[in-house]
Ligand binder design. Structure first.
Ligand SMILES: O=P(O)(O)O[C@H]1O[C@H](CO)[C@@H](O)[C@H]1O
Ligand SMILES: O=c1cc[nH]c(=O)[nH]1
Length: 239
């Protein structure tokens, strides 16, 4: 049975899903990292593929941009397709000095200006955090493979073109590493639906220097984060 936003049949999507914002990054992840990848959904141009990685089924589905969009896909995957792990493979703006373009950040917590979860528990500002199991596995994979990985807070903003740049400045002073748009909502949906989630984002804009990567590099510069996502989320091989 398809959902309003995903046309795959039950069983077409693996329990582990990588989730970039950009549908073309989803296609590249499938083409470059999966074996036997096949298109399983393309509703609204949001591409999803399923294949295998080292013999184990895995899927990739784009989220589109922003919290409301990723909430739709993560919720439908959890409720209707039996997905148990979602790892966002995104891009972000770096907020700290000495974080060159290409730096990969694992979001151990996500601040947000989104109102999406504000009413879930009245009077309580919910914390948005990943599954510790996935975060730990990503850190261990980075250490094992000698891959540089920064771990810390990100800011998941509803606004790409911010009117008030002092907001990210204040968050940077508080140690926030990067700004992006989906991690907090993904983590909130993960908590609500009882699935494991993690966001690994690659810095494509340095907000401290004004350096930016062009659009093609945002589409292609996912390799390290996607490899870490696979290493962190795939079940250990059966020996
Ligand atoms: O590259 P993706 O994964 O889409 O992530 C970032 O890029 C988009 C903005 O350009 C937002 O979705 C933001 O979170
Ligand atoms: O949300 C985002 C994504 C990439 N770069 C930014 O500055 N913000």
């Amino acid at each position: 049975m398809a959902t309003p936003h995903i046309s795959a049949e039950p069983g077409d999507i693996a329990p582990v899903v990588l989730m970039p914002g950009d549908p073309r990054r989803a296609q590249r992840i499938a083409d470059e990292l999966f074996d036997d990848a096949r298109l399983v959904t393309e509703v609204r141009g949001i591409l999803g593929f399923t294949g295998t990685f080292q013999g184990t089924p895995v899927s990739v589905l784009a989220s589109g941009m922003g919290g409301p969009s990723i909430a739709i896909y993560a919720t439908e995957l959890a409720r209707f397709y039996g997905v148990t792990r979602i790892v966002r493979v995104g891009t972000a703006g770096g907020l700290q000095p000495a974080m060159p373009l290409g730096t990969v950040v694992a979001a151990s917590v996500a601040h947000t200006d989104s109102a999406m979860t504000a009413g879930w528990v009245p009077g309580v500002a919910l914390s948005a955090a990943p599954a510790f199991s996935l975060l730990r596995a990503a850190v261990e994979a980075a250490e094992r493979d000698a891959v540089a990985l920064r771990v810390g807070a990100v800011f998941s903003s509803d606004t790409f073109y911010a009117d008030d740049p002092t907001v990210t400045g204040k968050l940077a002073v508080l140690g926030t590493l990067a700004v992006e748009m989906e991690a907090a909502t993904l983590y909130a949906v993960g908590a609500k639906e009882g699935i494991e989630t993690l966001a690994l984002v690659t810095v494509t804009d340095d907000l401290t220097t004004g350096e930016h990567l062009p659009a093609l590099d945002r589409e292609t510069g996912f390799g390290t984060a996607a490899q870490l996502a696979l290493a962190a989320s795939m079940p250990p091989p059966v020996s």
